[in-house]
Design a protein around this ligand. Structure first.
Ligand code: 2AM
Length: 479
């Protein structure tokens, strides 16, 4: 037994993680259900480092130093359970199983509990950055016991992306915490992508600009506060020309966005915890709307759009307005996502450090961005910050863009350009800062038809009004 870490499941993600470990000088045990994939890894990348291939799971496990560290990189769901079930009888107390796939966090909580019964450590780890990240440095979000992180953590930190020398990997929290944080990361990614898409549509409709012209604008934006991987690839995609037709590539792509489900999980969890993650929800629903083909056909036929003829006068000022509105909306979406992490952390007892999350997302992952430094700094100023938007930097940044944000959302509404994420982010901003919300009326309505009771602004207690009788008020608990 001489391998320091093992990887089972050698499709492209597993294969690239294994190569990343090997390139960092680790002896890597490799295994795959179908041996041909193991052989092809050795044939093509064997020279990159020290691999120990095994055909059987038993030999694979036997090739690992103790405590064994086995990274499982197979499809989420039944395949993960099947591989774990095969590993468990072969492992010994103190060994560590790492699920590096995109598991849903309740599955991770269940698996962690089951493996703990066997004296094994189960680490549910989010890994972001796609194939490229897996090979050259992903952002890694491991959840599990602190004890397992003591031996596993340094290896994961070694292969993770680095920003200013700091690894994009840190201990997240117990059981499902790592996969939860990865899920919210993906939810934020949905929101960020939708906001960028809306900004593109605003520039297209407001200026009548071509994809390539808008691509140049994004390129410019990528030199400032908005600098991020997603803005960078947007600039690139928008300037890409379709080889077959000679048209802008984006104009020949069918406008129906798909999803693999992490956005949906994030929204479902937001509803479960009662956290208003409206940016992520609007982004998820916007994809759903784009894919609602019969509804869109009926809508186009019966409700012809009004988006023609938006004639922006001051083009440069409009571009700057959209940029400021995008930044403000983005801050809201991230603020909501970090609220969700805080709520889950409290609910599940995870004690997640939100500043550290922003820090490990600065590199390797899809939402990597300059702006994440600002979030880390905000949580350094106050680790228990109840609202990211209330941090001094963000109050200034959003405040500076507020008038622009309103102009953009108003212009979009007036000209019939759908901007669900921009608009709902602004509504959230105005809601969370309102002195008084019409929720008072909702409470009164609930008491009227369902005797659901209400509290008063002027005295403590829970009250009910006898709406259908003499309209006298009783205090709950008073006989
Ligand atoms: P395969 O090459 O034998 O298909 C991604 O699908 C990876 O997960 C592949 O390496 C695949 O192995 C592996 N995989 C999928 N389902 C599996 C299962 N039930 N048991 C073991 N490995 C599985």
């Amino acid at each position: 037994a001489r391998a320091q870490i093992g990887v089972t499941g050698l499709a492209v993600m597993g294969r690239n993680l294994a190569r990343n470990f090997a390139r960092h000088g680790y002896t890597v045990a490799v295994h795959n259900r179908t041996y041909a994939k193991t052989e092809s890894l050795i044939a093509e990348a064997g020279h990159e480092g020290d691999f120990v291939p095994s055909e059987s799971t038993a030999d694979f496990v036997a090739s690992l130093e103790r405590p064994r560290k086995v990274v499982v990189m197979v499809k989420a769901g039944a395949a993960t359970d099947a591989v774990i079930d095969e590993l468990v009888p072969l492992l010994e107390e103190g060994d560590i199983v790492v699920d590096a796939g995109n598991a849903h966090f309740p599955d991770t909580i269940r698996r962690e509990r089951a493996l703990r019964e066997h004296g094994l450590h189960f680490v549910g780890s989010g890994v972001s950055g796609g194939e490229e990240g897996a090979l050259n440095g992903p952002s890694i979000m491991p959840g599990g016991t602190r004890e397992s992180y003591a031996s596993l953590g340094p290896i994961l930190e070694d292969i993770s992306a680095k920003v200013d020398g700091t690894p994009c990997c840190t201990y997240i929290g117990p059981d499902g915490a790592g996969h939860f944080v990865k899920m919210v990361h993906n939810g934020i990614e949905y929101a960020d992508m939708q906001l960028i898409a809306e900004a593109y549509d605003l520039l297209k409709q407001g200026l009548g600009a071509s994809a390539a012209e808008i691509g140049k604008i994004f390129e410019e934006w990528n030199t400032g506060d908005l600098e991020s991987f997603l803005i960078e690839i947007t600039a690139d995609v928008l300037q890409h020309v379709d080889a077959e037709t000679g048209q802008a590539f984006v104009d020949v792509v069918l406008d129906q966005a798909e999803q693999k489900g992490t956005g949906r999980w994030t929204v479902q969890n937001g509803l479960d915890l009662g956290v208003p993650i409206t940016g992520i929800a609007e982004a998820t629903f916007a994809r759903a709307l784009s894919g609602s083909v019969p509804q869109r056909e009926a809508g186009r036929a019966a409700l012809p759009a009004e988006t023609q003829g938006w004639d922006v006068k001051d083009r440069a000022a409009f571009v700057e307005d959209v940029r400021l509105a995008l930044y403000a909306s983005k801050v809201v979406a991230y603020s909501q996502g970090f609220d969700q992490i805080a709520a889950a952390s409290a609910e599940f007892g995870w004690d997640i450090d939100r500043g550290a999350m922003a820090r490990i997302w600065r590199g390797g992952c899809i939402i990597r961005a300059r702006f994440l430094n600002r979030i880390t700094e905000a949580y350094e100023r106050d680790a228990q910050l109840p609202l990211l938007l209330a941090d001094e930097y963000f109050t200034g940044a959003v405040g500076n863009g507020l008038a622009a944000w309103r102009r953009v959302v108003a212009g979009a509404a007036q000209n019939g350009v759908p901007t669900p994420a921009f608009s709902s982010s602004l509504a959230y901003y105005d809601g969370v800062r309102a002195e008084r919300l019409p929720a008072a009326l909702v409470q009164a309505q609930r008491d009227f038809f369902g005797a659901h009771t209400y509290r008063r602004v002027d005295k403590p207690g829970v009250f009910h009004t006898e709406w259908s009788a003499d309209r006298s008020e009783t205090r709950e608990g008073d006989a």
